[in-house]
Design a protein around this ligand. Structure first.
Ligand code: ADP
Ligand code: MG
Length: 380
């Protein structure tokens, strides 16, 4: 899970990591009031979206007057950055930057530890630095049993600074950032840029944090920040109903029992040059209610051109599944074609039930997938 810059900055502040003065705004009026409250000539207007590269996309602007504040806020609030609508902006103190650095803590799976990355080339994407000047990135794996005591933090700080005042500021930031990462089960804490101001202070001008979803159950204050996208909403909704569901980009809706068969179905669709709209594993039960729920879930997705049902009956009985499908179709008044492949326990009975319906029933998985792909192309 990702959070916004202003949310990460509030965590930074509570952990003693210095940030510039800032006020969150939802409208031009609020931005103007914030400008008056900050009482500074120059402020930055920063779009708040869960995506990086806002600067390049026009989502970070320097405003030098009340008119600028109004204009930039108004245009940003109508903007989309990487397809995400901007609903809020941060009005923040424009800092006098002397130098920009990069600093992050993330998970290094290979070494089973947190890794700290520091670079004198801040403000640009770290992937670019890694590609062209990797020698400018300083990396340190943090031993989880040792953490970030003074001597390690100091050694890291000396990579950038000789001046003891700056070293001490940096040590505080390193220790506090590491503690924040551990306390909140974060998978990433990134400051890009961490700036040295002309006044000699180190400040986090940007703040990015991601969290381990599997640990959210014990991070109530972090869950509070959650803003699922439409797709994530759908996935959560499916999960609550007991399905394993992943939103994909295509137009063939899939209903499959068992994760392995679901994966094989996706593969076969791709092999036939189609594109699945989702991964949906309905699990082992053939309870007609569950089939109806799964069908309902699929039909809520208006991108679908066809539904492909691929069921292997073991404990699941094919005639139960067929009954469930018939009931669901009747109930939901679906008007898109449904291709069904049923095999296994009671397959003859299952297929017989469906033959008198509008479903296209096939004998093999290959036939079913080809039929579904053709129908999706035809509906094009
Ligand atoms: P993003 O990484 O999404 O493009 P940043 O917050 O890193 O957004 O801002 C991009 C650049 O804008 C920074 O590298 C910095 O040069 C400048 N900047 C951002 N915030 C401020 C600020 N408060 N004062 C001065 N310059 C800023
Ligand atoms: Mg940045």
């Amino acid at each position: 899970m990702k959070i916004h810059e202003y949310q990460a900055k509030s965590l930074f502040s509570s952990y003693g990591i210095p940030v510039e003065q800032h006020i969150l705004c939802h409208s031009e009026e609020e931005a103007l009031a914030a400008y008056t409250e900050l009482d500074m000539e120059k402020v930055m207007i920063k779009a708040q979206v869960l995506a990086g590269g806002r600067g390049k996309a026009g989502g970070v602007k320097l405003a030098k007057s009340a008119d600028d504040v109004m204009n930039y806020t108004s245009s940003m609030l109508q903007m989309k950055i990487k397809d995400l609508p901007v609903t809020r902006v941060l009005v923040s103190e424009a800092v006098n930057i002397e130098t920009e650095f990069y600093l992050s803590f993330s998970i290094d799976r290979k070494n089973k530890s947190v890794i700290m990355m520091l670079s004198s080339e801040g403000g640009v994407e770290i992937e670019e630095v890694a590609k062209y000047t990797p020698e400018n990135i300083y990396k340190v794996n943090i031993d989880p049993f040792i953490g970030m005591p003074d001597y390690i933090a100091r050694r890291i700080a000396f990579f950038l600074f000789d001046d003891m005042d700056l070293v001490n500021q940096m040590v505080q930031i390193l220790q506090n950032m590491y503690q924040l990462m551990i306390d909140k089960d974060a998978s990433l804490v990134e400051i890009n840029p961490l700036v040295l101001t002309e006044e000699g202070n180190l400040i986090a001008l940007d703040a990015k944090m991601s969290f381990d979803d599997s640990a959210l159950y014990r991070q109530e204050d972090i869950c509070f920040f959650s803003e699922p996208t439409e797709e994530e909403e759908m996935e959560l909704h499916a999960k609550a109903k007991g399905f394993s569901y992943v939103h994909l980009t295509g137009d063939i809706g899939c209903m499959v029992n068992g994760a392995g068969l679901a994966m094989a179905t996706m593969d076969l669709i791709k092999l036939n040059e189609g594109c699945p709209a989702n991964f949906l594993d309905i699990g082992g039960s053939s309870n007609p209610k569950k089939i109806t729920e799964a069908m309902k879930l699929l039909l809520e997705d208006d991108r679908l051109k066809v539904i492909l049902v691929n069921i292997f009956g073991g404990i699941t009985r094919c005639d139960d599944v067929a009954n469930g499908l018939l009931k669901a179709y009747e109930l939901l008044h679906a008007d898109i074609p449904v291709v069904v492949r049923l095999t296994g326990t009671n397959e003859e009975e299952g297929r017989a039930l469906l033959r008198s319906s509008n479903f296209l029933v096939t004998d093999t998985m290959g036939e079913a997938v080809r039929a579904a792909v053709n129908l999706s192309i035809k509906a094009g």
